[in-house]
Design a protein around this ligand. Structure first.
Ligand SMILES: Cc1cc2nc3c(=O)[nH]c(=O)nc-3n(C[C@H](O)[C@H](O)[C@H](O)COP(=O)(O)OP(=O)(O)OC[C@H]3O[C@@H](n4cnc5c(N)ncnc54)[C@H](O)[C@@H]3O)c2cc1C
Length: 364
């Protein structure tokens, strides 16, 4: 088949690389460079306990594929980094439910917390959940590995090519227009992140419930140096931060609804995060080194939309990766390629069904 993939973030490049084993694939990206939007702005964390059960399955099953990709890349793509989730004294009744939802977590004592994150004010801590299934992801390395795999299979990347119109013929083939070029395809893969519904509208296909939510990150220099610590998350997801020697990276864990755009950080979100982290720790953050923001785009049930559109089987959704699009990319891309190639195995069939956008077919 001739396949057009729209979007050069992690979603687009990973599925393009998988599909390029069996098909002629062209990837269209509107920006001058790939990974300019959400993919280039993440916290770069792999966490087995994050997200709903579909996300946890996709993340867990990505792990072995990371090992393969790592061999291809020639450098580590995952570096261990634990995570601690901290409940205050008033939240102790939520402990059992949180543990049940996140099987990779275990309770540790405040003394154990002190050893790995000595800067947390222990009098504010009611309980500590520790997840050792965490890693830092080399996002640029992961993205680059997929680019190499894609291009070495003959895949073509066209940057600065915004898809402005898609016209389907009665047999399902389509014409895809950008301001300068026209392409012909047997299948369109919509991996345009926050722009997912705009692409659907440009193709005159039914939209799905997708919501881009802005999230902000800042980094600061600290006056003291610490051993690299775990990602610290204030339960349930109030703010988070991690310390690496003399630097802290933090986020207010904001989720501000946004239109699809080049998201920019708001000063107020950074200030709120710093205030919350300073109250919770002895880090005494005083200045900001860098800030950025990106759009985490969720479907209404927080699982990605992966599969054919309800009214156009030649339009394949690959959107709604939310806050987990990097960590689960390897499994999600290989699952999607199996669906497109009609090679889905019985173990994956029920997961693929749960991710199908057909679940939103009553969406107006
Ligand atoms: C602050 C923050 C922290 C995060 N932390 C983590 C984390 O720790 N771990 C994790 O796994 N995930 C994390 N995420 C989520 C992760 O970054 C996303 O799920 C993932 O990057 C989504 O990738 P994508 O390819 O779908 O979107 P994008 O990277 O946004 O790619 C979509 C692409 O489509 C292109 N496009 C749009 N319209 C068109 C068009 N008309 N024509 C051509 N191209 C078009 C865009 O230019 C863009 O390049 C975080 C996100 C943010 C913002």
């Amino acid at each position: 088949m001739n396949i057009i993939v729209i979007g050069g973030g992690i979603a687009g490049i990973s599925i393009a690389a998988e599909l390029s084993r069996d098909h002629a694939v062209t990837l269209l990206e509107m920006e001058k460079q790939l990974a300019h939007h959400t993919t280039g702005r993440s916290a770069a964390l792999y966490l087995g306990s994050y997200g709903n059960s579909n996300i946890q399955t996709l993340t867990r099953e990505s792990f072995d594929i990371y090992t393969e990709l790592c061999n291809e890349y020639g450098y580590p793509l995952l570096t261990p980094r634990g995570m601690v989730q901290i409940l205050d004294h008033q939240q102790l009744h939520e402990l059992d439910e949180t543990l049940a939802k996140h099987p990779t977590m275990e309770i540790i004592s405040i003394d154990e917390l002190r050893e790995i994150a000595p800067y947390i004010r222990h009098e504010l801590v009611g309980a500590v959940l520790h997840d050792q299934s965490g890693y830092d992801i080399d996002v640029a390395g992961l993205h680059q590995t997929y680019v190499r795999r894609f291009t070495s299979n003959g895949g073509v990347i066209e940057k600065s090519n915004e898809v402005t119109k898609i016209t389907f013929n009665s047999n399902g083939t389509s014409e895809v227009r950008t301001p300068h070029l026209t392409f012909h395809a047997d299948l369109i893969v919509n991996a345009s992140g926050a722009w997912g519904n705009i692409i659907a509208e440009r193709a005159q296909c039914a939209t799905i419930p997708l919501m881009p939510l802005r999230r902000t990150i800042f980094t600061s220099k600290l006056s003291q140096s610490y051993e690299p610590g775990p990602m610290v998350l204030r339960h349930p997801e109030e703010f988070y931060f991690r310390v690496d020697r003399g630097t802290v990276l933090g986020s207010p864990a904001d989720e501000t609804p946004s239109i699809p755009c080049d998201a920019q950080p708001e000063e107020i979100d950074v200030a709120m995060a710093i205030e919350a982290i300073n109250e919770f720790t002895t880090l005494n953050i005083r200045s900001v080194e860098s800030t950025w923001a990106g759009l985490r785009t969720f479907t209404s049930d927080k699982s990605p939309a992966m599969g054919c559109n309800s009214d156009q089987s030649h339009f394949f959704w690959f959107c709604g990766q939310g806050g987990y699009g990097i960590q689960m990319a390897p499994k999600l891309a290989s699952l999607a390629a199996d669906v497109i190639n009609n090679k889905i195995n019985t173990a994956d069939a029920s997961l693929a069904l749960q991710l199908s956008p057909q679940r939103f077919s009553t969406h107006p």
